[in-house]
Design a protein. Structure first.
Ligand code: HOZ
Length: 438
């Protein structure tokens, strides 16, 4: 039987050659394992260009893009205002390793959009943001242990690479070699949406916990929504025990609302981590929160974090232009309408094909979990997400590639809709899904 990725491999001859070359030079041929197509088989597609909602690969095939660089491209690729801002910054210098006024402009935009953030520090990647927030929580509380949830992914800092989602889950290494047993011991892993586990842990060990870090809407084991009871337990117990609540909004920040998932869900964390959209498609991330906590960062306080490219002028320009556009022309109603239509399209396609699927969506983020049972089973955390039928997802992924739709290359990632997508794109994607599943 032909593997799903073999059917149209002849249309990707140049990608194949590019991957052969990259494999000789770069471990596994990719600079980040999430791109390796490990969850769907076959070889990664190499791209040469992106515009709006479209990607063009190096063989000239065009795809409607539903990963948007894994989240940042909420306005679509090469949005004119973002490109103009980068051009202006480019004309004056690409890196100073010294402060610029523009960094305060971006800080103001972030602080205005996210009320729980009183002070913010810029870094270059989501990994740096979460790693620094955890160090800060430990430095502030004088405690060592942290809590995370299975299937949540917070970048690849050692303390957080335990029972991790995203590529770690896709490629079957949720606990990476190289993370010492001592480091792993300081990370307590609980199940998402299980408030009773939090109650028991805090009753036993609450006063030794520096922080609880969580994805407010999980994107890294496929999309999983939090229950109100879970969110309530998180805030109540951390507050009662003097632990910090760290809301990882690298994916959801500025996407689910201008104020992120915390605005949508009514959460007030102590610290928030941001990435992806905040950099407008360039390498920039941030962490921020209560001023009394943030003031523990060197040189205001003693907790160390630094970076030559932190607050890089090109990235600050792209991030500023993106946040201004989102503030001045909020796309959230449009994204919700597109999301609802795509969800209905996928649901109808699965039902017509007699395929069991649990479809989870919040705004412009969505996952169709393929399942084996007769009825859809709610996906509430890693124990249920990990039961998904990954072979069926892989066949669906390649069926959509054949029809010019680029979805996440793993069951354990969410898709992202951009403001550049049109109602016609959503309708065409629903039709493609119906054909791919039939
Ligand atoms: N954080 C991204 C998706 N969960 C992965 C991005 C990447 O590793 O390239």
């Amino acid at each position: 039987m032909t593997a799903p990725h073999d059917r149209t491999a002849s249309r990707r001859i140049r990608s194949h050659a590019a991957f052969e070359r990259a494999r000789r030079l770069i471990p596994g041929g990719v600079n980040s394992p999430a791109r390796a197509f490990g969850g769907v088989g076959g070889e990664p597609i190499f791209f040469r260009e992106a515009t709006g909602q479209w990607l063009t690969d190096i063989d000239g095939n065009r795809y409607l893009d539903y990963i948007g660089s894994w989240g940042p491209m909420i306005l679509g690729h090469r949005h004119p205002r973002v490109i103009a801002a980068i051009d202006r910054a480019l004309a004056t210098g690409t890196s100073y390793g010294a402060p610029t006024e523009a960094e305060s402009g971006l800080a103001e935009l972030i602080i205005d959009a996210v009320p729980s953030i009183e002070k913010v520090r810029m870094v270059s990647s989501g990994t740096e943001a979460t790693m620094s927030a955890i160090r800060l929580a430990r430095g502030f509380t004088g405690r060592e242990r942290i809590v995370k949830f299975s299937g949540n992914y917070h970048g690849h800092g050692d303390s957080l690479l335990v029972s991790a989602g995203s590529a770690a889950a896709t490629l079957g290494v949720p606990d990476s070699p190289g993370v010492t047993a001592g480091t792993a011991r300081d990370t307590i892993v609980l199940d998402y949406n299980e408030p009773q586990q939090l109650v028991e842990l805090f009753a036993r060990d609450g006063d030794s916990i520096a922080a609880v870090i969580f994805e407010p809407v999980v994107g890294n084991m496929g999309l999983v929504r939090p229950t109100p009871e879970f969110l309530d337990a998180l805030r109540r117990l951390t507050h009662a025990h003097g632990s910090l609540l760290v809301c990882d909004e690298v994916m959801t920040g500025f996407r689910l609302a201008l104020g992120g998932a915390q605005e949508l869900l009514g959460i007030t964390p102590d610290l928030t981590t941001l990435g992806k959209i905040v950099g407008g498609g360039l390498p920039l991330a941030a962490y921020g929160g209560r001023a009394d906590v943030m003031n523990h960062m060197l040189p205001a306080g003693k907790v160390f974090q630094a970076g030559t490219l932190s607050g890089n002028p090109l990235a600050v320009a792209a991030g500023t232009a993106t946040l201004e556009e989102l503030r001045n022309h909020p796309p959230y109603a449009l994204l919700e309408a597109h999301g609802a239509r795509l969800e209905a399209g996928f649901r109808a396609a699965a039902s017509a094909a007699g395929i069991t699927a649990w479809i989870a969506r919040v705004g412009s983020m969505m996952t169709m979990f393929f399942q084996r049972g007769p009825e859809p089973m709610p996906v509430t955390g890693w124990p249920t997400a990990s039961q998904s039928d990954k072979a069926r997802y892989a066949a669906f992924f390649w069926g959509m590639i054949d029809r010019g739709v680029y979805l996440p290359c793993s069951q354990y990632e969410a898709l992202f809709i951009s403001a550049a997508h049109t109602a016609d794109d959503i309708a065409a994607t629903s039709t493609a899904a119906a054909e791919a599943l039939a």
